[in-house]
Design a protein around this ligand. Structure first.
Ligand code: FAD
Length: 565
């Protein structure tokens, strides 16, 4: 029997260490082995992905490719710019593939995509091996052990996790990888490009490989410039080497690791931030979650004295991640929206209006009841609400692609139930575009939590954009970093600059005026509303919404009869 010819298809596991899919591929003892990344059309053309996340992704790809080449000079990451659905059937044939191995994806889109690929592989006689690895426990198994229900609390995750079994200890990176076989892509050129009759066609023919394997025909990781993506602004860089360096630095501070308590970490801290900033690495798989989990466990074993416990400890944070994956694994596409989601409370705020009832998906633009709310939304998004704490956070998000968890709390509460009364789905879209760590399960789940539509119900507890940041940053150093126009204002006005007398504004070289739309140099906008007034209105409305008690799957919510309630 001929030896296996294996494609390791990399998607959410851009690393060599503790990679169960990679290990399964190597265990086959292949005579030819290709690490492959395919262009995913959803990611490339449809999902909102900002330039910073593109930078992080290509950092991870480049770093992995270099690491593979260190193990075998003939090998690398073979990046092919075509959708897997059309590419793989051709590769299976041309490269005589016997096995396709990949890490399990539990995102609803990922599940659908993988089902198509598995079918194509079966038709081509290719054996498929799928290994779980993205979460502590396999999310589908967690659901099964949670009586087939979505995971909605940390205690459910802990109880179901115990039944699924121990979290595996991390494996080391391999010390070598086999040679790749042929990387001939000529099959691609023949049917799709006609014979060149005209110069234009000749040019297309000459450049046809660019379409698939880059301008130098070498399967290289693209640059942002080549992709036509604007230059990134974030200083936060990706790659397995960086991830492991960062993890080791955190674990070497044993006291920090053992006593970490999320509510005590400052959302206003920067350089360094007060939490680990490992989330983008967990998203792209440049860090194994089991490496993180067991690294913390080892520190706890050695640590003398008191240590923190879930849910606030570092291990507790990782459990939250598994919880949201476990909710999404069960609820599928509906988890990411209100409509048809029987776990998401219906609140009649500014709703996405167009729904495709056949696919049960929200499509098209948003309907906004009040033009004022649209204006608030734009001001929130672009960091010009006139509340410096909110504006600094939103500017940090756009510039760096990351904000502290409690900063996310503040802006999400402000947009939804604690200020603007705008749908959480609109905020989640902005996070989807700008976060480096955007993870559909964690994003949707946390937005539901903060908007009190699922997971959490204490809607009367709102974050004040004035009092809350003062607890950790009295003088507003964080605000000044992202809203430098306020830097010379006396500290007592930093969170309420509209209260500064004209004389102080003049002295500080800033005028508090306008709505910030076309800001004149040396100005900062006035607050877009009276916060206390808006908070009270929101709480009253939430009270009514809770009384009416509709959920996203309720027919009254779907057909709009709630308006008459
Ligand atoms: P740490 O505090 O150091 O925690 C360690 C790890 O635990 C994180 O890297 C992360 O993987 C996980 N974790 C911590 N808190 C949470 C949480 N509440 N939910 C899920 N996982 C958690 N996290 C994402 O990974 N992707 C998202 O798209 C995302 N969207 C969010 C949207 C909102 C509105 C809010 C309030 C939170 C969101 N979070 C999201 C959760 C959380 O804010 C980030 O995971 C965390 O701030 C990342 O920073 P860190 O790595 O320093 O976290």
């Amino acid at each position: 029997m001929s030896k296996p010819r294996v494609i390791w298809w990399i998607r959410t596991d851009l690393r060599l260490h503790d990679n169960l899919a990679l290990q399964a591929a190597l265990d086959l003892g292949p005579e030819a082995f290709w690490p492959v990344w395919t262009w995913d059309p959803k990611y490339v053309y449809r999902t909102r992905v900002g330039c910073n996340r593109w930078q992080f992704l290509t950092d991870c790809q480049r770093n992995l490719s270099e690491s593979i080449t260190k193990l075998n000079k003939k090998s690398k990451l073979f990046l092919i710019r075509e959708a897997p659905q059309t590419l793989f059937p051709k590769l299976f044939k041309a490269w005589k593939i016997t096995h396709l191995v990949f890490e399990k994806d539990t995102d609803p889109y990922g599940k659908d995509r993988d089902a198509v690929i598995i079918k194509a592989a079966q038709e081509a006689g290719v054996e498929v091996i799928v290994k779980h690895g993205r979460t502590l426990w396999d999310s589908d198994e967690l659901v099964e052990k949670n009586h087939g229900k979505p995971l909605m609390s940390i205690s459910q995750v802990q109880a179901a996790g115990l039944k699924v079994g121990d979290i595996a200890r991390p494996m080391s990176a391999p010390i070598s990888v086999p040679d790749p076989g042929t990387t001939d892509m000529s099959f691609e050129q023949q049917p799709s490009i006609p014979k060149p009759d005209f110069q234009r066609d000749r040019e297309r023919q000459d450049k046809s490989y660019e379409k698939l394997i880059g301008p130098n025909g070498d399967f290289a990781v693209p640059t942002l410039e080549e992709l036509g993506i604007p230059a990134a602004t974030s200083q936060i860089r990706g790659g397995e080497t960086e991830a492991l360096k960062q993890l080791n630095k955190i674990l070497s501070d044993k006291k920090y690791t053992a006593t970490f308590a999320k509510p005590d970490t400052a959302p206003t801290a920067f350089e360094p931030q007060s939490t680990t900033l490992l989330s983008p690495h967990l998203h792209f798989g440049s860090l194994s979650i089991r490496e993180f989990w067991w690294g913390v466990q080892n520190v706890l074993k050695e640590h003398k004295g008191k240590h923190s416990e879930p849910p606030t400890s570092l291990l507790g944070q990782l459990l939250f991640r598994d919880m949201y994956f476990g909710a999404q694994a069960k609820l599928g596409y509906s988890f990411n929206q209100t409509l048809y989601n029987d776990h998401c409370r219906f609140v009649p705020w500014h709703l996405p209006s167009r729904v495709d009832h056949e696919t049960k998906r929200v499509t098209g633009d948003y309907h906004i009841d009040s033009p004022e709310a649209e204006e608030w939304f734009q001001r929130w998004k672009w960091g010009r609400t006139g509340f410096p704490w909110i504006d600094a956070l939103m500017r940090q998000l756009r510039q760096e692609g990351w904000i502290h968890h409690l900063g996310r709390h503040a802006v999400a509460c402000f947009l939804t139930r604690g200020g603007c009364y705008i749908s959480w789905e609109r905020g989640a879209d902005v996070f989807e575009e700008w976060l480096l760590d955007h993870e559909s399960a964690c994003n949707a789940g946390n937005w539901q939590w903060l908007s009190c539509t699922a997971f959490y119900a204490q809607y009367y507890r709102c974050y004040s954009p004035i009092v809350f940041p003062q607890k950790t940053d009295k003088d507003g150093a964080f605000v000044i970093r992202y809203c430098p126009e306020l830097k010379d204002l006396p500290a007592k006005y930093i969170y309420e600059p509209w209260k500064a007398p004209l004389q102080d504004q003049k002295k500080a070289g800033v005028r508090i005026t306008g709505d910030g739309k076309d800001p004149e140099k040396g100005t900062y906008p006035k607050p877009m509303f009276d916060f206390s007034e808006r908070r009270n209105i929101c709480i009253e409305r939430m009270k009514t919404a809770y009384k009416v008690n509709l959920y996203g799957n309720d027919s009254k919510a779907i057909d709009g009869t709630w308006k008459t309630l």
